[in-house]
Ligand binder design. Structure first.
Ligand SMILES: Nc1nc2c(ncn2[C@@H]2O[C@H](COP(=O)(O)OP(=O)(O)OP(=O)(O)O)[C@@H](O)[C@H]2O)c(=O)[nH]1
Ligand SMILES: [Zn+2]
Length: 286
């Protein structure tokens, strides 16, 4: 078990104030965390970036920059690995046709992920996003230019100014830690948004557990693999690969699984007759 940060932003704590001065006190107890969103550093330290995070808001643009579904898979794994609910937000919908983008995201909606479509130009989905974030502790991720700042400003004018203040503080000789501040939302809830969080891809990867459990569509097949420690790459009688071949798991998601697991380039190749026969010997005889 790696070393863990004792207290982090988002923790619920019991404080005693022996000195009756404002902002003075001792943290006596840190209450158990429901989630710890962070990363395991090279030295084995589990850095908790936000404790008790409830929602990861994953922002992409419909266009400019291009919608990258493989990157979306990475963010989703990050959320799954930290037990944080992911919400996918596709911004700049004024630049694309709703039905085209919805077609691209259909797979994710079928997997049970919530998808919100927004535009700060037309105002589409901004109220909906506010509802999704209300009374929750959320963090925003997404690459540069997708409209994270613009969306925050649309949600609550002035909020971005405060994030700006946080950014300046973070950069002042504090390069070893990721400073995070939870910004209170007037409509209820908090949002964490710093450059440190924004671009994080894979935050928490547990070496002992495979990546497969972070792909909800793979979970039902994992127990049916012949080998308990199946990596679903080349093992015989792998139920996950069989599900890919029979169309029950999307091949692109499977490629993402391979890539994120670091197994290979992540190209899915259709099964050969030989491997199919291994799995289903009766078929070969016919
Ligand atoms: N057409 C259109 N443009 C948008 C929308 N949202 C943001 N933009 C524009 O996209 C550009 C980038 O927006 P930002 O809000 O700065 O993006 P960001 O994700 O905060 O970028 P970083 O700060 O680099 O991480 C700006 O020129 C915005 O005006 C939108 O819904 N539609
Ligand atoms: Zn398998």
């Amino acid at each position: 078990m790696p070393y863990v940060d004792l207290v982090a932003v988002g923790d619920r704590v019991r404080v005693s104030t022996p000195v009756s001065a404002e902002n003075n006190g001792y943290i006596e107890e840190c209450l158990p965390r429901e989630t710890q969103f962070g990363r395991i550093r090279m030295d084995g330290w589990r850095q908790v970036i936000v404790a008790n995070l409830e929602m990861l808001l994953i922002i992409f643009a419909a266009r400019h920059p291009t919608l990258k579904l493989r990157m979306l898979d990475r963010f989703l794994v990050t959320a799954e690995a930290s037990d944080v609910e992911p919400v996918i937000c596709i911004n700049k919908m004024d630049l694309a046709k709703l039905e085209n983008v919805q077609r691209e995201l259909k797979l994710y909606e079928e997997l049970g992920y919530k998808v919100v479509y927004t535009s700060i130009v037309t105002g589409l989905g901004v109220d909906g996003l506010r509802e999704v974030m209300q009374d929750k502790i959320s963090a925003i991720v997404g690459s540069s230019g997708v409209g994270k700042s613009s969306l925050l400003n649309a949600l609550q004018p002035g909020l971005q100014l405060r994030t700006g203040e946080v950014d300046t503080r973070v950069h002042k000789g504090r390069h070893t830690t990721t400073e995070v501040m939870l910004l209170p939302l007037a409509f209820g809830g908090f949002v964490a948004d710093t450059p440190g969080i924004r671009t994080l891809g894979l935050l928490e990867v547990d070496d002992e557990q495979g990546m497969d459990i972070h792909f909800p569509e793979m979970r039902p097949y994992i127990p049916d693999c012949k080998f308990a420690a199946c990596t679903h790459q080349h093992e015989p009688a792998c139920a996950v690969k069989w599900a890919v071949e029979t169309g029950n798991i999307n091949p692109l998601r499977y490629e993402s699984y391979l890539r994120i697991s670091g197994f290979k380039e992540g190209r899915y190749e259709r099964n050969t007759d030989k491997r199919r026969a291994e799995r289903n010997p009766r078929r070969r005889k016919r």
